[in-house]
Design a protein around this ligand. Structure first.
Ligand code: PLP
Length: 429
């Protein structure tokens, strides 16, 4: 039967596609991209958009970075893939060494996966089995935080904000975890400490997005708060899991957000910018203390996980080239320059009509609008008319551009935000 092609969900651009996070009956069909370059997305109809969000925060070095593409081409010609069970290869060995050299002290083992969500699943399984292997199976819950997001899979959803989140439809299905507020003052901190003490016997791990709770609303907390949460976690014999899938690789102004608090997690999740936005790859890093709980004379205590495309050589080659760029050090100055320009150009918006808050941290600029729900499609379309690619989340408009963005392009992004927010605030809603 011929599809009813006047319906948006049957538009030829997506007649057989199921799109992410999208009510396809309401949303207009997506824009078709044909080429990327630097911080630009070229559309089929000839329009060119300046990307303010680096393709879901991945393309930190800008699109098509020549050094990464060259490394991938070379790998493509020799061995794009080989299974990781029973075999190993240089791209993975090199990448594990590089990651351990860069990561917070104490992390010593790398488990590769394909996506951030799976890196979180792996972290959770590691934490659960870590206690089980030591005869403490009762430590099988997680402490997580309101406003957090850790991925779309069942385990990751269970540690994301269950109430007010994109996953609330699954609230009754996913495992029940302890969802606490990130303590914001001394009083709240004392309460947090008491709660953790009371439930510690049943808790395998605390999982947190250090410094920036990203996808669930771009909320910030201080390095002192992070350090204090880490201290309480460790004092109560609980593993500390840092999900730096979004914050890792310089986004907050240091290579890892944990560095700013001077802490080393027991387990660290990385993804997104790991390959500079060129191909999917994620990693879960663990301390030698965690790893050694899986060593045994019998096969029983082994970690039972192994994605089919684990440590894909092509992706590892891309990540190795990406890490070379990160270690060259220029990113720090780039992020500093972005942060100061965001302060100059977005900060004044905190006095603008319709704006509740402006938050800036490293190469992240957030404008929270004074409404619970905003018409994100209208905003996105207005941004496209301004020649920029910005996709609001919840009630926030945010920028997480490539670190290589030029001053002029960043200025176009911030002035588009200023204009569109003014238009939004003065229109009836
Ligand atoms: C994006 C994100 C994830 C999920 O990563 P995917 O690659 O989309 O599965 C997990 N945790 C955090 C903090 C993220 O920002």
């Amino acid at each position: 039967m011929a599809a009813d092609s006047d319906k948006p969900w049957n538009h030829p651009s997506q007649a057989h596609l199921w799109r992410p996070y999208a009510q396809m009956q309401i949303l207009p069909p997506p824009l078709k991209a044909v080429r990327t370059e630097g911080t630009q997305i070229h559309l089929e109809d000839g329009r060119v958009l300046i990307d303010g969000i680096a393709s879901w925060w991945t393309a930190a070095h800008g699109y098509n970075p020549p050094a990464i593409l060259a490394a991938m081409r070379e790998q493509l010609d020799t061995m794009p893939h080989v299974m990781f069970g029973g075999l190993t290869h240089d791209p993975a060995i090199t990448l594990s060494e590089k990651l351990i050299a860069l990561a917070p002290a104490g992390l010593n083992r790398v488990f590769f996966t394909d996506s951030g969500s799976v890196s979180v699943e792996v972290a959770m399984k590691m934490a659960l089995q870590y206690w089980q292997n030591q005869g403490q199976p009762g430590k099988n819950k997680f402490i997580c935080f309101r406003g957090g997001y850790h991925g779309d899979t069942i385990g990751a959803m269970s540690v994301s904000d269950p109430e007010d989140s994109m996953h609330k439809a699954f609230k009754s299905t996913v495992a029940h975890q302890y969802v606490l507020d990130i303590p914001s003052d001394e009083y709240a901190f004392a309460e947090f400490e008491d709660t953790v003490q009371a439930i510690a016997k049943t808790v395998a791990g605390v999982i947190i997005e250090p410094l920036v709770q990203a996808a669930e609303g771009m909320r910030l907390h201080s390095a002192d708060t992070l350090e204090a949460i880490h201290r309480v976690t460790k004092a109560n014999n609980i593993l500390f899991i840092a999900d730096e899938v979004a914050t890792g690789f310089g986004r907050t102004g240091s290579l890892f957000a944990c560095n700013e608090a001077g802490i080393s997690p027991d387990i660290l999740c990385l993804g997104k910018a790991l390959t500079g936005g060129c191909i999917s790859l994620a990693a879960t890093l663990a301390s030698e203390e965690v790893f050694s709980a899986f060593l045994s004379d019998s096969s029983e205590k082994a970690f039972m996980h192994g994605p089919t495309y684990m440590a894909n050589p092509l992706a590892c080659a891309a990540a190795n080239a990406s890490l070379e760029i990160f270690t060259s050090g220029a990113y720090l100055t780039q992020v500093e320059a972005i942060e100061s320009q965001l302060r100059d150009e977005l900060w004044p918006l905190r006095f603008a009509e319709g704006v509740r808050d402006v938050r800036i941290k490293g190469a992240i600029g957030v404008v929270e609008l004074d409404a619970e729900e905003i018409d994100k499609t209208w905003l996105n379309q207005r941004f496209v008319e301004h020649g920029v690619w910005i996709r609001p989340l919840k009630n926030v408009i945010y920028l997480m551009p490539a670190f290589t963005i030029t001053r002029q392009d960043l200025q176009k992004l911030t002035s588009a935000i200023t204009d569109v927010v003014a238009e939004w605030a003065s229109s009836p809603r």
